[in-house]
Design a protein around this ligand. Structure first.
Ligand code: KG4
Ligand code: ZN
Length: 358
């Protein structure tokens, strides 16, 4: 490298907000992903049928140090090569968030590095810029286990919410359905797999809010309808399970497509821009990706979906958000307090339903 070329900005990213312990090294110059390690806690939580917060926090504590060591090794760098440390500062399971934030603060303090507290949702929101250099503004469908929102992404740190779920998130609906159908945990991938051999028209399920104005979502009624269908049908065999999974997946996709279609027009009118991005764990679903691609094409929008491994929780997205924030001078003090709730658009009216996150 010639002496007048700036060295790459390398950031350590840490993600511990749910049941994935993740560490990554991300660069502002290609290749951007220098290391991207995710240790899933599936084995620890499976027998409980869902994520147990205390077990998650303990597992983050047990594995984070060694994962960070390995990430640096894979990237071929030491702590001295880093320009900063970014960790998920919320929203999420607070015990886990505290583990990641404390670790990041300790490294930042010991090495005199900037510390960046990243909103987990901003990590998902900016992933399309890491992978595809998508320009602002863009319309984002953020679909994960805890969130289901449509947002205009205007700049780093500037989000306008167009719609949100009034009750459950789409991922939650997948997870609860999987439990009900005995498909195991985590639910989304299990439902998607079972649905491959099922008939999506076999069981008529409702599409809450479909055809209504606006961009809000609702999945509680769909979940209840599925539970009632299973109850009336009796214990489903493999065939029925596949049909139920396919019917549920189609219903969720229909709802997401209908609400996103409304958002495309509102976004185009307000921002004069035409890019649709999908992010979050549910964005790994192939049926949903194909349907969104077709919707965007019909509406004259470009469509960007990050690779599935960067849709589900990871630390590369946290490292990348850290780079974007550091480039703009947006760093945090070591007195940052982890936030169990942290809306991307604090000005949005609180959603009305029960159980609404952030
Ligand atoms: O973004 P994420 O990894 O964690 C949260 O921030 O919540 O999203 C996890 C959610 C879970 O509900 C999981 O079942 C769902 O994403 N998910 C999927 C698929 N892969 C993960 N849902 C549908 N199809 C998938 N292939
Ligand atoms: Zn997530």
């Amino acid at each position: 490298m010639s002496p007048d070329v700036d060295p790459p900005m390398l950031i350590l990213g840490i993600e511990t907000s749910c049941d994935e312990t993740a560490a990554a090294v991300v660069s502002d110059t290609a290749p951007r992903l220098r290391a991207n390690l995710v240790r899933s806690q599936m084995a620890e939580h499976r027998s409980h049928g869902g994520v147990v917060p205390e077990i998650a926090a303990r597992a983050h504590l047990d594995y984070l140090d060694s994962l960070i060591g390995r990430a640096l090794e894979v990237a071929g760098i030491g702590f001295g090569d880093l320009a900063g440390v970014a960790a998920t500062g919320g929203p999420g399971l607070i015990g886990g968030v505290m583990v990641g934030v404390m670790e990041a603060k300790a490294i930042a303090f010991a090495r005199d590095l900037p510390f960046i507290a990243v909103n987990h949702l901003e990590g998902h929101a900016l992933t399309a810029r890491l992978t595809d250099d998508v320009a602002f503004p863009y319309l984002l469908l953020l679909v994960s286990g805890g969130h289901c929102q449509l947002l205009a992404v205007e700049e780093v740190g500037r989000y306008r919410r167009l719609g949100t779920t009034l009750d459950d998130a789409a991922g939650e609906c997948f997870d609860k359905a999987a439990k009900l159908l005995g498909l195991g945990f985590p639910g989304g991938p299990a439902v998607e797999e079972a649905a491959k051999s099922g008939d999506a028209k076999h069981f008529p399920l409702p599409r809450p809010l479909k055809g209504r104005a606006g961009c809000d979502f609702s999945f509680a009624g769909l979940k209840t309808a599925l539970a009632e269908t299973v109850r009336d049908h009796g214990a489903p065999d493999a065939r029925a399970r596949a049909d139920l999974a396919a019917s549920l997946q189609a219903a969720i996709a229909d709802c997401l497509i209908d609400r996103t279609a409304n958002a495309l027009e509102i976004f185009r009118a307000r921002h004069g821009a035409t890019t649709l991005v999908v992010a979050g764990g549910v964005a790994a679903n192939a049926t949903l990706r194909a349907r969104l691609r077709a919707l965007a094409a019909r509406a004259g929008f470009a469509f960007v979906a990050p690779p599935p491994a960067l849709c589900t929780d990871n630390a590369a997205m946290i490292g990348w958000a850290g780079i974007e924030r550091l480039q703009r001078g947006l760093v945090d003090g070591l007195d940052f307090v982890p936030r169990p709730r942290w809306p991307l658009d604090p000005d949005a009216a609180p959603a009305r339903g029960a159980g609404v996150k952030a």
